[in-house]
Design a protein around this ligand. Structure first.
Ligand code: 13P
Ligand code: SF4
Length: 311
């Protein structure tokens, strides 16, 4: 039994013993963010995973992130505290359906959001994250037709911003989909001077109210740098932990769902990781990410292009 164990001390001991690095996404529980060696957005976490000289990567995020770490660092043991930590965007895009979609549009290249399976990465030309998508899109010739998947909101946002037609896969993030425009407008009326920072996974009716749109790391930077003393945050609310640590004198309010608060916008997949499961993952080196080598090399091509084009 784990009762009576000092989990934080045990995780620390195992991290040293195993020469492990603990990587955490901003959507993880505060206690996980606080003991991680590095906390970041999807692109930063991929870079860290590619660079680290640790023997073990304990990935506190969702499965596609841990798989990305394994694709980029195959010689390392990559553990994910809960193997059920998936993503609604990945679920929306089965590889066989995506292959058919590509076959129907042979002249299109596939620009694909990193929130997808390894199989879908292998079927794609270039991977993007929310912090690299704009830079990468601008490097693709104007006359080159594009398929963008699996997030229709991020794709739609990019298409509008750069006035560029793209064929969109109809996937959504169930977390960002839950924000309520009515409740956001009410909240804004109560805090008229508070800017709204939104993630591009939000539907356009939320983005239209935003003063700033960007990845988790861009939203965090905005929160730190803005002159406003109150900021409304339209992304998964666990990132507010980093904001409160960095600028405790400011107030951060999570954008509401239909019930008027931000608790319904917690990512249920990210929330599966706990300190207990992280401890067990470091102790047992399980559950482990394994990817068949041929598939890994195919998926690595599109990820390497992202790394080159976002450098
Ligand atoms: P970023 O941290 O890259 O902005 O991604 C957000 C997200 O939803 C990850 O699942
Ligand atoms: Fe997927 Fe949305 Fe959760 Fe990110 S927040 S892992 S996109 S379901």
């Amino acid at each position: 039994s784990l009762a009576g164990l000092d989990l934080k001390a045990e995780i620390d001991r195992l991290r040293k013993e195993r020469n492990a690095i603990i990587l955490a996404h901003y959507y993880q529980k505060p206690e996980i963010q606080d003991l991680a060696d590095f906390v970041g957005d999807s692109l930063e976490l991929s870079r860290k995973a590619a660079e680290t000289d640790a023997d073990v990567i304990a990935f506190c995020g969702v499965r596609f992130m841990a798989e990305t770490a394994k694709i980029l660092s195959p010689e390392k043991i990559v553990v994910l505290p809960d193997m059920d930590a998936g993503c609604s965007l990945e679920d929306s895009c089965p590889p066989d359906k995506f292959r058919e979609f590509r076959q129907q549009h042979p002249d299109h290249i596939a620009l694909t959001y990193i929130n997808c399976s390894t199989e879908v990465k292998a079927l794609s030309d270039v991977i993007v994250t929310s912090s690299s998508a704009e830079t990468i899109l601008q490097q693709i010739p104007e006359d080159q037709p594009i398929i963008f998947g699996p997030d229709k909101h991020l794709g739609g946002y990019l298409a509008r911003k750069f006035n560029r037609d793209m064929l969109l896969w109809p996937g959504v993030c169930i977390v960002h989909e839950k924000f309520s425009e009515t409740e956001l407008v009410k909240l804004k009326a109560e805090h008229p001077d508070a800017p709204i920072a939104a993630h591009p996974e939000c539907p356009s009716y939320i983005i239209d109210h935003a003063d700033m749109v960007g990845s988790t790391s861009a939203i965090l930077k905005f929160a730190k740098e803005t002159d406003a003393d109150t900021v409304i945050i339209a992304t998964e609310p666990h990132i507010i932990h980093q904001m409160e640590k960095a600028v405790p004198e400011k107030t951060f309010i999570g954008a509401p769902g239909a019930d008027g608060n931000c608790n319904c916008n917690i990512c249920p997949y990210m929330a599966l990781n706990t300190l207990e499961k992280l401890y067990l993952a470091l102790r047992d080196l399980e559950p482990r990410i394994e990817i068949e080598e041929e598939l890994r090399l195919e998926a690595k091509k599109s990820l390497d292009r992202m790394m080159e084009m976002s450098a």
